[in-house]
Design a protein around this ligand. Structure first.
Ligand code: MG
Length: 441
């Protein structure tokens, strides 16, 4: 079906640009093992506070544990699994350290997420007197030696390609694709491996007779523009080896990597509306904080804690980033209905926002309802304005109206990481010294 079915290279230049993508392997679990070496080689998962797996070590994955799985299922299939509460403080410190190692090699470092970064290595061969592959290898070794955790590296000639490469051979992968090998490499890559192609884009391309990335890059630019518009054309060029997206320095600044809000109530309650009202209040509060810090979110986790302290949660992801509360209310309702059980006493509710980006992050896809998105955005802005003037939660979601007639006040401290409990001198729950707690035995 391709319009240009020759087998010639897409470019003969090895590295017109040298873009590297670093992705930590099972990052949260690896940080835990780096801090507590006794955990090395064991099945470890994090996410105890939410009741679902947030990260699983490769040993746990090998036993069938998957992200998002509920903890009681984990206990069934992998009883020896070490289940830990998340310690975002330590993860964030490890993330900062990784980026400072990267910045020793190049100033062009983009912190893409807590455990991923892009680096532009273009031009550095002369500085290090070696190939780009060798530089990438040195960086990998430096991170693994200094942080005691493994990373997967992808090196190629555009960001999109580097990201595909780093996924190729996890854990501890090292995949370098210079320009002249690109045409061979892309033959084995499926469309869904491309960051930026969602289900809809893949389905659309399949309908137009394109089933692999190689077929896609051999189409004409007009075909791609017609089918997928601007975003599609940019990805097309990136996959052809023409870097469109730049590595943007210091993108994340000092922003939150996740935001969580939780509420414990006494006595525990089996009143569905009451429990739901608290969950929606958590959601409102989390989004207020999100907007105050000019960030947007893609993923939400919802959990309910029962009287016996067992935690039951579920997570869902939007296909784009958003800072509007109303973009997530239907999702929260749906997740709540899936988790909630009649006649069970609940003692706490909670919401965690993760996969955060800066507020302006525009990753809407072709199929989004732009008008609705903008409306919800201005609604949230208006609510923030009103609440700023008349008091927090003055304007609130209908489901939380219920809270006006009830009240309760106990602060939750259960299931927090050791790092928040074993304080160092000069620290309190909020004021931190930015040092992870090492447990060498
Ligand atoms: Mg990772």
């Amino acid at each position: 079906m391709s319009e240009n079915t020759n087998n010639s290279p897409l470019t003969l230049v090895s590295y017109p640009k040298a873009i590297m993508h670093v992705d930590c392997d099972a990052f949260f679990a690896s940080c835990e093992a780096a801090v507590r070496p006794v955990l090395k080689g064991k099945p470890v998962i994090t996410g105890k506070e939410r009741g679902i797996v947030s990260c699983a070590s490769y040993e746990a994955k090998r036993r069938g544990v998957k992200r998002g799985m509920r903890l009681f299922e984990v206990e069934k299939i992998c009883p020896s699994c070490v289940i830990l509460p998340s310690d975002y403080e330590t993860y964030s410190l490890y993330s900062q350290r990784m980026c400072s190692i990267l910045r020793r090699f190049t100033p062009d470092v983009e912190e893409y997420s807590i455990d991923e970064a892009f680096c532009d290595l273009t031009g550095l061969r002369r500085v290090y007197h070696c190939s780009y592959e060798k530089i990438a290898q040195k960086i990998k070794e430096a991170i693994e030696k200094e942080l005691d955790l493994t990373v997967s590296i992808g090196l190629s000639i555009s960001k999109s390609l580097a990201k595909i490469c780093s996924k190729k051979d996890k854990p501890s992968g090292f995949t370098c694709i210079p320009g002249y090998e690109l045409h061979k490499f892309l033959k084995d890559i499926s469309l869904k491996e491309v960051c930026g192609f969602g289900h809809n884009s893949v389905a659309l391309l399949n309908k137009r007779g394109v089933s692999s990335v190689y077929e896609f890059v051999n189409k004409s630019q007009d075909f791609v523009s017609n089918a997928l518009g601007k975003i599609g054309r940019e990805l097309y060029l990136e996959l052809k080896g023409m870097a469109v997206y730049e590595v943007i320095r210091d993108k994340l600044e000092h922003k939150y990597l996740s935001i969580s809000k939780t509420k414990t109530f006494m006595p525990p309650s089996d009143d569905k509306d009451f429990v739901k009202a608290h969950l929606f209040r958590n959601t409102e509060s989390a989004f207020i904080k999100l907007r105050r810090h000019k960030q947007s979110v893609k993923k939400i986790t919802v959990y309910l804690k029962r009287q016996d302290f067992s935690c039951h949660g579920l997570e869902a992801e939007l296909n784009r980033h958003s800072s509007s509360t109303m973009d997530f209310t239907d999702i929260v309702e749906e997740l709540f209905n899936k988790i909630y059980r009649e006649k069970v006493l609940y003692r706490a509710t909670g919401v965690i926002l993760s996969k955060l980006a800066n507020e302006g992050c525009d990753d809407r896809t072709l199929f989004d309802d732009i008008l609705k998105i903008e409306k919800l955005k201005s609604l949230s802005k208006a609510a923030d304005k009103l609440n700023g003037k008349f008091g927090k939660h003055m304007l609130h979601l209908g489901a939380t109206e219920f809270l006006k007639t009830r009240n309760s006040n106990v602060h939750p401290r259960a299931n927090v990481s050791d790092r928040k409990i074993e304080l160092l001198k000069g620290e309190n729950f909020r004021k931190r010294l930015n040092i992870p707690l090492l447990r060498l035995k």
